[in-house]
Write a protein that binds this ligand. Structure first.
Ligand code: ADP
Ligand code: NI
Length: 213
């Protein structure tokens, strides 16, 4: 059987159905588009980048149990006619994309993984990043903001995974750090405006919060 990229698209779309945590099909499509845009400028392999961007969240620890070894991504690639070699290459990238806490180094080893990680991180900042953070927080029953709850510096993936902070704290624990942790020049340029917007959002948020003080 030939590789069937369209089948991968359909399978991922099906896997994302009903998501309200900010990891819906539109997040995947935005990441695919951003990743292909960055890929062209950074001379990465566009075929590998497209597959990895498409499949980067189907095994995410925030959404699934048993994510070790990317079983869902491997099954989708296998069912869509990709060789074991190609599937392993894509799985290696997917395993390197996710943020694991401010104190944990997650620099990817290949240009393709760097591109997909940058695209995913760009979709976590800016206006869409703000919207996704509150969508995620709401879906996980997290408080929007609690004044005396201070942001944490997570030094291990385990600490980060088990944190129960507010969504506003998530900006200080992750989102505001992303612009300095991007891998490519192309992504760093796109990040400037998005980062400024988040700072503006937070300034306005605290201004409104303190109106009665
Ligand atoms: P990553 O794999 O790097 O976490 P994702 O594509 O899974 O990237 O996206 C993470 C999204 O989930 C971001 O938009 C982020 O704001 C949101 N998110 C993750 N953890 C939290 C949290 N504790 N509070 C609010 N949003 C969160
Ligand atoms: Ni993602």
């Amino acid at each position: 059987m030939d590789n069937d990229l369209q089948q991968v698209y359909q399978s991922v779309k099906f896997a994302c159905r009903g998501d309200s945590t900010g990891h819906d099909w539109w997040h995947i499509l935005r990441v695919v588009k951003l990743a292909l845009f960055i890929s062209e400028r950074e001379n990465a392999n566009p075929f590998t980048v497209e597959l990895a961007a498409l499949l980067h969240d189907v095994d995410d620890w925030k959404l699934n149990r048993n994510t070790e070894g990317c079983p869902v991504a491997l099954r989708i690639l296998h069912d869509s006619g990709y060789s074991d070699d190609e599937a392993r290459r894509v799985a290696l990238i997917i395993g390197q994309v996710s943020f694991k806490g401010a104190g944990v180094d997650t620099t990817p080893s290949t240009i393709e993984a760097k591109v997909v990680q940058d695209a995913d991180r760009l979709d976590a900042i800016g206006a869409i990043g703000v919207a996704r953070a509150f969508a995620y927080g709401g879906a996980r029953h997290r408080p929007m903001y609690i004044p005396d709850l201070k942001p944490q510096q997570h030094h291990s993936f385990d600490e980060y995974q088990h944190a129960h902070g507010s969504t506003i704290n998530h900006f200080y624990e992750k989102l505001l750090l992303l612009k300095d942790r991007l891998n490519t020049q192309t992504a760093r340029q796109i990040a400037v405006e998005r980062h400024q917007f988040m700072e503006l959002f937070l300034t306005q948020f605290f201004k409104e919060w303190s109106v009665l003080d």
